[in-house]
Design a protein around this ligand. Sequence first.
Ligand code: ADP
Ligand code: MG
Length: 455
Amino acid sequence: MRIGTRLTLVLLLCILPVLAAYTSWSVEQSNVYVNELKQSTRAVSSGVAPSVDDEVIAQEWNKIGDAFRKMDAEGTRNALLRKDGKLWYSLPDFPAELISAAQVQLAQRNSAEFGPTAGVKNWFCELVPLKSQGGEVIGYLLEVQDWTKVARDSRAQSIALLGVVASVIPLTVHRYVSRPLAELSAKVMKCSSDDSDRGAGSDVELLSEEFRRLDQQLSRARSDLEQRHRRELGLERELQRADRLATIGTLAADSRVKLGVIVRRIDRIARIVRMLLDYARKSESHKAICDLRAIADRALALLEPEAAHRNVRTLARLGEIPRLVNCDADQIEQVFVNMIMNALDAMQPGGGTLRVTAQTQRSRDGSRVMLAFEDTGAGVAPEHEDRLFAPFFTTKEPGKGTGMGLPVSQFIIREHDGEITFSSGPSGSQFVVAIPMASSEIIDHERGSREQRRE
Ligand SMILES: Nc1ncnc2c1ncn2[C@@H]1O[C@H](COP(=O)(O)OP(=O)(O)O)[C@@H](O)[C@H]1O
Ligand SMILES: [Mg+2]
């Protein structure tokens, strides 16, 4: 069953009992009212009849006319009929049809009350006999009241109301429910392209079915879109990779110089990795008594061309006496190279002076060789001082600094029971590498073993 029909039925079922109750109540009310009216009419006529009696007998038609006019003004009209029913006296505008109706009533000896319908009006009539003093009927007083309004049938009213309700409800339901719903169904069916096996059923069932179809189509479309999106993403990644390769390709093809730079950087990374692996592997056995001056000289000699290239003057004041320590010469050389490279970087651009000095510091716990690298560079910014030895900390532009020079150097020097300290100001920095001096027993022992080997 269609939703509109269902709704109409439900609404009618709800409204009809209320209407029926209202109708019976209003019929009852109007009955009560009519009875009251009848009673009052009877009372009026039984009051009027005796006085009219006397005046009729005395033939005082003027008085009777006055009384009739007064009563007329109050809504009750009167006429006098002779005993045979003929009109005896009335005011001129008394409805003639009522007189004939009264005559019929008298002829048929029907009840004294009757209610004829004359034209569009409804009358309530009462015939009261007029009697002579001897009690003989001499005529009749016909008293009528216009009950057109009262007599309007409340039952008919209710039926009319019912008719209105019964036609308004379906019309409203059709206008505001069925039609919009039908339009919606049509639209939904148009949206869902799949029109196979569209079963018959109520419009609600049809709509639900269509919505289910639409939902399926939407999910299909969504998964299609997702798939396409994934494909596009993959493609984009491929493109990016191709782009990177192309960039590298362009760089490489650009010039031999750039290629050289790339190779050098890769070399340096490889060196760092190798060095880290080496330190992890190295043991005490590589240590030997060495003169730190010689190692410093070697490092300086190695970097001399680079220093000259960068306009840096190197001054080595390493003294006359050997600075002997028990160390791994390669590792210490690596530390010194690091120190010198950092100094050269700090003095860029424009260059400056790098001073390398050696000293022996004696104390109760033993003596230490102190090698200081002093430059005239930019110095260390105060906010960087705490992080200088942290792995990967660098202030150099990407590709130039690794941030591993100082941490690795510190690791090496600590392995030699030494330490690296630094001080810095606006006119440059000083990095000092301190390593315990080799004790005379070790030196003697080493000398001894070397002489044994010579023999
Ligand atoms: N002589 C120096 N003068 C000024 N700053 C220095 C000096 N030596 C090292 N530094 C600072 O310490 C940072 C870390 O140095 P390092 O560990 O050798 O890494 P990298 O040289 O790769 O930057 C440098 O980036 C620099 O900022
Ligand atoms: Mg460095």
